[in-house]
Design a protein around this ligand. Sequence first.
Ligand code: HEM
Length: 209
Amino acid sequence: MVISFIIAGRDTTSSAMTWLFWLLSKHQNAEKMVVKEVESMLNNGGNGFDFETLKEMNCVKACICESMRLYPPVAWDSKHALYDDVLPDGTFVGKGDRVTYFPYGMGRMKALWGKDRFEFKPDRWFQEPSAENGLLKPVSPFKFPVFQAGPRVCLGKEMAFIQMKYVVASILKRFEIRPVNGDQPVFVPLLTGHMAGGLYVMVKRRELK
Ligand code: HEM
């Protein structure tokens, strides 16, 4: 229980938040899109950040997914075969062999994400370009295995999105987060991938319209 909630649930979401706040500070259009969505939901008679409101925050979700594509909290993960097996593509796996899947590498593959794979573009998660109809594209977890895929997919996936949306919405509604240092941070792919040295920021109250 402790492992599930502390390692699986806390370090992963905080890593995702760190990279997202850094990326949004570098991509002001995306940050504006997030703030606009949050404000419009609060102004349209929303009941604060309740479950139903958070579920509908598609711009925030697109930004979280795009950030985790580039900086997945679980950058790689291994499994050991108990018995001889054959993968769906015909690859033989012997008893005791280790098989590793690599969300960090997959998130940066041209074959999966196209030529602009290194760019932070939340729009790629929408069905229509520039978030026109506001609907998100269904993306296979086997293409985006940030939460693993198949029977052992992350048990906390939906809870993680709700939690992260709540954090992003409530912070960006009130504050602007600006990194103190302009350097490109270093991604450290340990058990949970994190930002070397953490992210030092200046926090400024946001002027609401
Ligand atoms: C951005 C946030 C998160 C990411 C990227 C993430 C990612 C993952 C990944 C990749 C696995 C598969 C590990 C493996 O098979 O070796 C996993 C499993 C798991 N996660 Fe998450 N996770 C996140 C948040 C959470 C939260 C918030 C909780 C619970 C509060 C949670 C609970 C679990 C549990 C219990 C498992 C084990 C499932 C099983 O083995 O059947 N995770 N997660």
